[in-house]
Design a protein around this ligand. Structure first.
Ligand SMILES: Cc1cc2nc3c(=O)[nH]c(=O)nc-3n(C[C@H](O)[C@H](O)[C@H](O)COP(=O)(O)O)c2cc1C
Length: 353
């Protein structure tokens, strides 16, 4: 089934092997996509769908070094070249919208902007600074309830910009301890208003953003990504079902294109079955999959598609390799975030290797 077509919302995928979002720190001046990025994504267009690296919807959303944005005209032009290259090679491309919230090392930005979050609680985790060494995150300002519709509108405008650039869909990053996850999780959301406290309240702003995206570009071009129980960036991993159930329930009436699930193999929760119980639409499964385990998931009806992250780094033609049963090349993880072509666009396809 891996190599059979599948619809996700408005998108008709040629196969079910999706490239998972991966931050690679190769954006250029003004956080604009570069020629190198155009080439990198073009090389990987054999995926049924590419989900881009996390892209900041607004200046406040940037937390890491050299990550691209989708809020300026130059960024839109850069992404247009990426989308054209992927389409020209027969692929589809969705943009992951990633607002870092409190996970911000200000020196990574190259400009001044506020650091905002659900509550004024500094992220205790460190993230790489401009030199790659771990650095402290900034103290965030708690967003006022009255500001939240405007933040949702920043996401909506980013989605319109992505579509204007020719990007096929957007995926809202609701995982890994970034802004949306920060609202969902009690460790980072200690609000006492309608956006904090109960799981239903904590899901209110995330659901507002999803609705704003659906209204902006159509629900059938919007996906979300969740990772229940993932402690990354100081999220409290306790009782993820209690948090993510109400969030998925709040989206039940929206015909979203997909829910992308990073399955943490939790001891107490069958995450894919849990998502199925709360979400009737297409599911993309991710994490630690191989061709055979991915095929088994699809055969068992546990997901409609699967995504691979690390396997796509050194195997631009991953789908062809899997189809041929060919061995996979291993990536050099020391080159993940260098900003260079080396370790990024210089992994050859099998027929060239
Ligand atoms: C270099 C790198 C960067 C990543 N960046 C992102 C990101 O921007 N957004 C996201 O949702 N996940 C990100 N991830 C997680 C991957 O999408 C994926 O969930 C993870 O690699 C597990 O899948 P795999 O076992 O197939 O590699 C990243 C992973 C890697 C290795």
């Amino acid at each position: 089934m891996l190599f059979s077509p599948q619809s996700l919302g408005a998108l008709r995928l040629a196969n079910r092997v999706i490239m998972a979002p991966m931050t690679r720190d190769r954006a250029g001046l003004g956080d604009m996509p570069t020629d190198l990025m155009v080439e990198y994504y073009r090389q990987r267009a054999g995926a049924g769908l590419i989900v881009t690296e996390g892209v900041q919807p607004c200046p406040e959303g940037k937390g890491y070094w050299r990550t691209p944005g989708i809020h300026s005209p130059g960024q839109v032009e850069g992404w247009r070249r990426v989308a054209e290259a992927v389409h020209g090679a027969g692929g589809l491309i969705a943009m992951q919208l990633m607002h870092c919230g409190r996970v911000v090392v200000p020196a990574n930005r190259g400009f001044t902007a506020e650091v905002v979050a659900p509550s004024a609680i500094r992220c205790p985790a460190q993230v790489p600074g401009p030199d790659g060494a771990p650095a402290d995150c900034a103290e965030p300002r708690a967003l006022a309830a009255e500001e939240l519709p405007a933040v949702a509108e920043q996401f909506a405008q980013a989605a319109r910009n992505a579509r204007a650039a020719g990007i096929d869909a957007v995926e809202l990053h609701c995982a890994s301890g970034y802004l949306i996850n920060q609202f969902l999780n009690p460790a980072s959301n200690q609000r006492t208003d309608a956006y904090g406290g109960s799981a239903e309240n904590r899901a209110r702003f995330p659901a507002m953003v999803v609705r704003a995206l659906a209204q902006a570009v159509g629900a059938d071009r919007v996906g979300i990504r969740i990772s229940p129980g993932n402690p990354y960036n100081a999220m409290d991993p306790a009782d993820p079902a209690a948090t993510f159930g109400p969030f998925l329930d709040a989206l039940g009436d929206l015909p979203l294109a997909w829910v992308h699930v990073v399955d943490m193999s939790l001891p107490d929760l069958d995450t894919l079955a849990f998502v199925r119980a709360h979400w009737a639409g297409p599911v993309i499964a991710n994490n630690m999959l191989k061709a055979d385990s991915a095929e088994a998931l699809l055969q068992a009806g546990r997901a409609e598609a699967v995504s691979f992250g690390r396997a796509f780094i050194a195997n631009p033609d991953l789908v062809a390799r899997m189809q041929a049963g060919a061995p996979l090349a291993k990536p050099d993880f020391s080159l993940l975030y260098t900003g260079e072509a080396r370790g990024y666009t210089d992994y050859p396809a099998l027929d060239a290797a």
